[in-house]
Design a protein around this ligand. Structure first.
Ligand SMILES: [Zn+2]
Length: 456
């Protein structure tokens, strides 16, 4: 099956060129000014006036995540389908072992759960405790499974979070094996104390969610993670950075030449803590961690994206239905933490970043695709429109207009934290592994199946 895309503007991380693109058998075969082919069954698309972007790579999603409120409401099939509607063609999810479970065993279980994904996928693997076999287990994941990233949590200490000593040892093990540590930075002890205090005082509504997770609790953890990583000489990727104070520490480390990468998410760029004013139904959808901050944090994060202090934008996609959220109706500590976003990332960043004149087209490609591919070891298979790369291409119409709504999104969730956001520019075609999945907001995909991606 071959597709010839004519007359489009190919946008990569470092250059923009007008060119035709020929796709064959899932791979980009040729990029040239005027390609003409005469092949049976060739699909020709005229992309005049459209951009061709490398398919989006969302480096932070949680499909089918087990929680006390049940599984997050998108599984790999529904979540990857929603991702494709928004122009994201690769997902990086997480492997969270049970205590005592070998990392590679948990990885293999998770691979089976992800088999229904329509996009290609990879994982960050989480050591949730220290044991003497961790260095060997990390090595197996890296050398035999092609996993490059190991996720640790400084919050959630009653379940998956690590104490400082364990965190240091994990960083050393990952550094020695040649991997990268990905870290959720929030001071778990301080947050637990605040949450319990508020609850005891009868302060039980979502309003207290952000107050129990202050920006300092994030920034102090960021500083600590950076210091530990420097000591271990471990490359560090800080997920979902939400606060201005955290950026200060990240900037200092980067200035010192330390290998520290940062990710933020659309919710931290575009939403603020005024969303926690209102009744339960209005505010519970915004219970996610870290919480939404102030408009000055939004602005600082946009600046950091522009200045390359932040290299990637993920979504932390982790939707729950309102029925699931209501389990915390009388106790904000029990509200399932998370929201959907995988479908909206590209459109939001295009609308409010590119069209909003905060970032260039090339910067857009860097933060949505090329950088995640490079950081997580799947470049240039992904993250670039180039000869020999996987044919994940989004043909982008810069002129469309729409409004985000629960009524028209494809995520399996009955609320949407971006409800009412106006969008300019959307995918006209989404091509994944050489097959057209979406055309003008309609699903047209046939025989689409994702694969597990690993560093080769
Ligand atoms: Zn997450």
């Amino acid at each position: 099956m071959a597709i010839l895309i004519k007359n489009g503007t190919v946008v990569n991380a470092d250059e923009t060129v007008k060119a035709d693109v020929l796709i064959e058998n899932g791979i980009i075969r040729q990029i040239a000014p005027d390609i003409s082919v005469d092949a049976a069954g060739l699909t020709v698309i005229d992309a005049y006036g459209k951009y061709l972007f490398p398919g989006g790579i969302d480096p932070h999603v949680h499909m089918h995540l087990p929680t006390p409120a049940g599984y997050s409401s998108d599984d790999f099939y529904s979540g990857s389908r929603a991702a494709l509607f928004g122009g994201t063609t690769t997902l990086i999810d997480f492997v969270t072992p049970h205590k005592g479970e070998k990392l590679v065993d948990a990885l293999n279980k998770r691979k089976a759960e992800a088999a229904g994904s329509l996009t290609d996928y990879s994982f960050h693997v989480s050591p949730v405790e220290w044991r003497d076999s961790i260095p060997e287990e990390v090595k197996v994941c890296l050398d035999e499974e092609g996993i490059t990233s190991f996720k640790v949590y400084m919050a959630y200490k009653d379940s998956i979070g690590l104490e400082d000593e364990a965190l240091k040892k994990v960083m050393q093990a990952v550094a020695d094996a040649g991997g990268m540590v990905t870290v959720h930075c929030e001071d778990g002890d301080r947050i637990d104390a605040l949450r319990n205090r508020f609850f005891k005082e009868g302060k039980t509504t979502p309003h207290y969610h952000p107050l129990s997770r202050p920006p300092e609790a994030e920034a102090d953890a960021v500083k600590k993670a950076i210091d530990f990583a420097a000591e271990a000489r471990c490359p560090l990727y800080i997920v979902h950075v939400s606060s201005r104070q955290s950026l200060h520490h990240i900037h200092t480390a980067q200035q010192n030449g330390q290998k520290v990468y940062a990710e933020t998410c659309p919710q931290y760029l575009l939403l603020d803590d005024s969303k926690y004013e209102g009744d339960f139904e209005q505010t519970a959808p915004f219970v996610l961690s870290p919480p939404l901050r102030k408009t000055m944090d939004n602005k600082a994060l946009w600046d950091a994206l522009e200045n390359n202090m932040v290299q990637a934008v993920g979504t932390d996609h982790c939707p729950f239905t309102m029925a699931q959220k209501r389990e915390g109706m009388n106790d904000f500590r029990k509200i399932a933490n998370g929201a959907g976003g995988v479908e909206h990332r590209m459109e939001l960043l295009y609308t409010y970043g590119v069209a909003g004149q905060k970032i260039s087209l090339n910067r857009f490609v860097q933060i949505t695709s090329a950088n995640p591919a490079k950081i997580f070891g799947i470049y240039p298979q992904k993250g670039i429109i180039a000869q020999g790369a996987d044919a994940d291409i989004v043909i982008w119409n810069p002129d469309t207009e729409k409004t985000i709504s629960t009524q028209n999104h494809h995520m399996h969730c009955d609320s949407d934290i971006f409800e009412g956001f106006k969008i300019t520019g959307s995918p006209e075609y989404v091509i994944v592994n050489g097959k057209i999945a979406v055309h003008n907001e309609k699903w047209v995909g046939k025989n689409i199946k994702g694969r597990f991606l690993f560093r080769k």
